[in-house]
Design a binder for this molecule. Structure first.
Ligand code: ADP
Ligand code: ADP
Ligand code: ZN
Length: 214
């Protein structure tokens, strides 16, 4: 099963993608996580990506596409995967289609997690991330067991630099300009599915599973 998660920054794509990946034992591929790991390890790619990410801009397509295409050729992707944060532009979506068509495959579902802009800034200012293992929490909605400490790995959790309100507004604008057109793109392909992302985490998950198992 090959699934794409669509939605604004903070809509809950990552939260749901992890749960889908667990349920179906398929990898969760998050381009944001891949970039953050590169930044942490001080790679050339990380240095380049950081200059864009800090401003809330997209990393250029040519730095993203090969990364993802190489990733899904790995053995653990044989039964599918959940793509979270990719594609984010029409050229990325076209490159994905070309790469999949070349190996006789295609995406099964593009799940759009719908959350209005008015909810997003609050979601993002409450988001806390573990930069060590990638786990994500929310101060009010999805708190850690011990305040400030990741449940999974025990590291300190932080407000991501790009989750500060001024950067979030930039990211929302970038989302509407460059990523939202993908909703049309996948609607035309007949694989777009919508879920209401304002519901609580478990309800959103149930709605997604109902779609995947119909
Ligand atoms: P969120 O989960 O809040 O939407 P991500 O972790 O997916 O954020 O992405 C963080 C940042 O990484 C983005 O703002 C962008 O700068 C960069 N990024 C991630 N994925 C892509 C992509 N597919 N194309 C371009 N830039 C990306
Ligand atoms: P995205 O990957 O789309 O940027 P995340 O999955 O990181 O979004 O979620 C953004 C923030 O909102 C996180 O702090 C997360 O814990 C929280 N969150 C996710 N889903 C929900 C939900 N259904 N209701 C309330 N908060 C949520
Ligand atoms: Zn952690």
């Amino acid at each position: 099963m090959k699934i794409i998660m669509l939605g604004a920054p903070g809509a809950g794509k990552g939260t749901q993608a992890k749960r889908i990946a667990d349920k179906y034992s398929i990898p969760h591929i998050s381009t944001g996580d891949i970039f953050r790991a590169n930044i942490k390890n001080g790679t050339e790619l990380g240095k380049k990506a950081k200059t864009y990410m800090d401003q809330g801009l997209l990393v250029p397509d040519e730095l993203v596409v090969d990364l993802v295409v190489d990733r899904f050729k790995e053995a653990d992707c044989a039964n599918g995967y959940v793509l979270d944060g990719f594609p984010r532009t029409i050229p990325q979506a076209e490159a994905l289609d070309t790469a999949l068509t070349a190996i006789g495959e295609s995406v099964d579902y593009a799940v759009n997690v719908e959350v209005p802009d008015s909810n997003i800034v609050a979601r993002m200012s409450g988001r806390r991330a573990c930069l060590n293992c990638g786990a994500t929490y929310h101060l009010e909605h999805i708190p850690t067991k011990v305040e400030g400490i990741c449940d999974v790995c025990g590291s300190e959790i932080v407000l991501r630099e790009d989750d500060k309100p001024e950067t979030v507004l930039n990211r929302l604008k970038v989302y509407h300009d460059q990523t939202q057109p993908l909703i049309d793109y996948y609607t035309k392909k007949g694989i777009l599915k919508e879920v209401d992302g304002t519901k609580d985490m478990a309800e959103v998950f149930d709605a997604i599973i109902a779609i995947l198992e119909k």
